[in-house]
Design a protein around this ligand. Structure first.
Ligand code: SAH
Length: 352
């Protein structure tokens, strides 16, 4: 809820308007976890809300919207992975990645994911459901609480496909900016591509947020359709030329350049001919390529690229005047690749 939403709600509850500001401070600045913790509110009202929470659906007490911490794992490099539990008993991953002055939070937009990319741990379990706005924002609050630092950046690169939960993702961006004081430029939305969704994202962002200044990252992973659909089964329904055309429309509508993610799989898409094809594909396109060395997952036997292959791929693109960077793998010792903390937990619980 925004300050304005809280004002409306307080009036409905027969409370004076200034309570809204108090609630807003306690929820967003102090990170209160329950109504009862907001001690600045009259005790009688807190008790009344708590009581009505017990027998109303959706519970009034739920409005505070915090998830439970189920597991925490911290890597030697300071990366913290959290497994958070929702009210309906599902679990999702959130990661805090410190780097100098920065604290990047990698958040989920869905529990599970329907996109089934072959190299992705989350994709193996299918989709449970999309997350609600408060469950998305909660992840940023949870990392702030655990790491005792204000997150500087947020990336929608956790579980799920953000474009399949578009309105909640935009509302969460609005909340992060309006209520937690972040700037859109500190936020990245990553997508593997959903037919026709990119122009919609651009238009809805302008309508919903007034501007679209967050970074759009597109998970490309291959320089041609044949290879791409081997890695990303859903790409069958979305030709790579159409995806790039939609990216161009996104740039035209928002005026922002697009960033492309390219996972490097040893021997499969990391050869010089792939770099050459990629640079031809992106020629003349205002873009940036982020190379991601594959983090091995248990279910597949893709190989991690050699450091030499990564470096030569990077150099190859750079020499062809493509803006390129390599993503450092972080927190590998904590629980291997993204999504694996949760999968391990699910496996352990199904074994009793
Ligand atoms: N569905 C969105 C966002 C979640 S995935 C998308 O696909 O972009 C975020 C990024 O992590 C994507 O670029 C994805 O391809 C990458 N990723 C997934 N599994 C990985 C793995 N095992 N190793 C390295 N990167 C991985």
């Amino acid at each position: 809820m925004s300050l304005q939403d809280l004002q409306g709600w307080c009036v409905q509850q027969g409370q004076p308007g200034f309570r809204a500001k108090q609630l807003h401070d306690w929820i967003y600045d102090r990170g209160a976890r329950s109504i009862d913790a907001i001690t600045v509110l009259p005790k009688a009202w807190r008790e009344q809300l708590q009581a009505s929470a017990a027998d109303s659906s959706p519970a009034v007490g739920d409005w505070i919207g915090r998830s439970r911490e189920l597991l925490r794992s911290e890597a030697r490099d300071g990366t913290v992975k959290l497994l958070l539990g929702t009210r309906d008993g599902l679990s999702l991953e959130t990661v805090g990645i410190p780097s100098g002055d920065r604290l990047t939070v990698c958040i989920s937009s869905q529990v599970g994911c329907p996109m089934a990319c072959r190299f992705c741990a989350t994709g193996k379990g299918g989709l449970q459901r999309s997350l609600a706005v408060h469950e998305i924002v909660d992840q940023v609050l949870a990392i702030r609480e655990v790491m005792e630092r204000r997150p500087s950046h947020v990336v929608f690169m956790g579980m799920g496909e953000p474009l399949l939960n578009l309105e909640a993702v935009l509302a969460a961006i609005d909340c992060l900016c309006s209520d937690l004081g972040m700037a859109q430029r500190q936020i990245t939305v990553s997508t593997v591509g959903v037919p026709a969704a990119l122009p919609t994202l651009a238009e809805r962002a302008l309508e919903r947020l007034g501007r679209a200044q967050f970074t759009l990252a597109v998970s490309l992973h291959a320089p041609d359709q044949a290879l791409r659909q081997r890695l990303i089964p859903t790409a069958h329904a979305y030709p790579i030329e159409q995806l790039l055309e939609d990216c161009r429309r996104y740039v035209a509508i928002t005026g922002r350049r697009v960033s492309f993610e390219y996972i490097l799989l040893g021997g499969l898409n990391d050869q010089p001919r792939h770099a050459e094809a990629l640079s031809r594909l992106l020629r003349g396109f205002q873009s940036h390529v982020n190379l991601i060395p594959y983090n091995p997952i248990e279910e597949e036997d893709f190989r991690r690229p050699t450091p030499e292959a990564v470096e030569s791929f990077r150099r190859n693109l750079q020499e062809r005047r493509i803006a390129v960077s390599v993503r450092a793998s972080r927190g590998l010792d904590a629980d291997a690749a993204c999504g694996q903390l949760r999968r391990r937990q699910l496996q352990a619980s199904s074994q009793g």
